[in-house]
Design a protein around this ligand. Structure first.
Ligand SMILES: Nc1ncnc2c1ncn2[C@@H]1O[C@H](COP(=O)(O)OP(=O)(O)O)[C@@H](O)[C@H]1O
Ligand SMILES: [Mg+2]
Length: 298
């Protein structure tokens, strides 16, 4: 078993400054490195963590250094029950280790692949938590910009923890205090709105990006499919702007309710002026339907 003794950067008197961490299995592989499960003894208790390991020498790290700095900067600023908690980050042997809370059930893509799409009462409970996380982030002037099922994690209590802040962006200028547009094209094409997929040279509102992605996530939760399946950017753009959504195809006519479809349409709205705002999502008929069953998948 691999172990490491790490000196925590943000030492507090609450914890010992030296921690022996036992690395266990790999629980995820993202674009920038692996994520491992590990345990450490803190005050005589074994505590499980997830640790994202980024090798400094890897080309992907060198090319995307800002993403890692960005992730740490955002993660240490935010605190919400539906956002992943980051504990500390450590540089050790030319690698960066980002320690965060462990989510036992993994990410929503893995869960849906294994168990199939959610039934609507379960989806509603979970989606409300994703919306709460995004509403909080927007309230902090931060847009996530990479919201997708792989970045929505579930802990041992089936509580949603939105993670992966590498592409998050501040949309308020700290000096003028005015809202600013984003210019970088980032994130995953399949969850990217048409105004970003097309061109970002004129700038875009990053909050509306997240709303579109929320639509894609809900679509995935209810069908197990991405909303637009065009193979090229051109075809995908055409599907997005004409509303040729996978959900509207016949096989989902019976499995997805009209209220859910209506909400998804409101979020996957190509016209940003008509695209739902968070308040509209929260007040939608689907979100306010009265259903209190607890997700019972596991
Ligand atoms: N805290 C965690 N608990 C459990 N699994 C995790 C955790 N963090 C990440 N993972 C798994 O690792 C994958 C990649 O992690 P992520 O932070 O999204 O990396 P990347 O920035 O490379 O996409 C996730 O999609 C998920 O499956
Ligand atoms: Mg990710």
């Amino acid at each position: 078993m691999e172990t490491a003794t790490v000196l925590k950067q943000n030492e507090t008197s609450e914890y010992d400054s030296v921690l022996t961490v036992h690395f266990k299995n790999t629980i995820g592989k993202g674009s920038f490195g692996q994520v491992k499960y590990c345990v450490a003894k803190i005050k005589n208790h074994l505590v499980g963590f997830a640790v994202k390991i980024l090798r400094e020498r890897s080309a992907v790290y060198q090319d995307n250094r800002w993403l890692i700095d960005n992730e740490v900067s955002v993660a240490t600023r935010v605190q919400h029950p539906n956002l992943i908690t980051f504990f500390f980050n450590v540089k050790y042997h030319r690698s960066v280790y980002i320690y965060m809370e462990y989510c036992k059930h993994g990410d929503m893509k893995q869960i849906i692949r294994k168990y199939g799409p959610y039934v609507e009462p379960d989806a509603r409970l979970l989606f409300a938590q994703i919306v709460a996380a995004i509403e909080y982030l927007h309230g902090q002037d931060i847009a996530h910009r990479d919201l997708k099922p792989e970045n929505v994690l579930l802990n041992h209590r089936n509580q949603v923890k939105v993670s992966d802040f590498g592409l998050a962006d501040y949309f308020r200028d700290p000096i003028s205090n005015r809202r600013i547009l984003s210019y970088s094209r980032c994130g995953t094409k399949t969850f990217m709105p048409p105004e970003v997929l097309k061109s970002t040279s004129r700038g875009y509102n990053a909050m509306f990006f997240d709303i579109w992605s929320l639509g894609g996530v809900l679509h995935y939760m209810l069908t197990g499919k991405i909303p637009f399946d065009g193979r090229t950017t051109k075809v995908m753009l055409a599907q997005q702007t004409s509303g040729d959504i996978v959900l509207s195809r016949s096989e989902y006519e019976k499995t997805v309710s009209d209220h859910a479809k209506r909400l998804i349409w409101l979020m996957l709205e190509p016209d940003i002026l008509k695209r739902a705002r968070i308040s509209v999502i929260k007040q939608s008929e689907w979100m306010t339907s009265d259903s209190h069953t607890f997700p019972a998948k596991y």
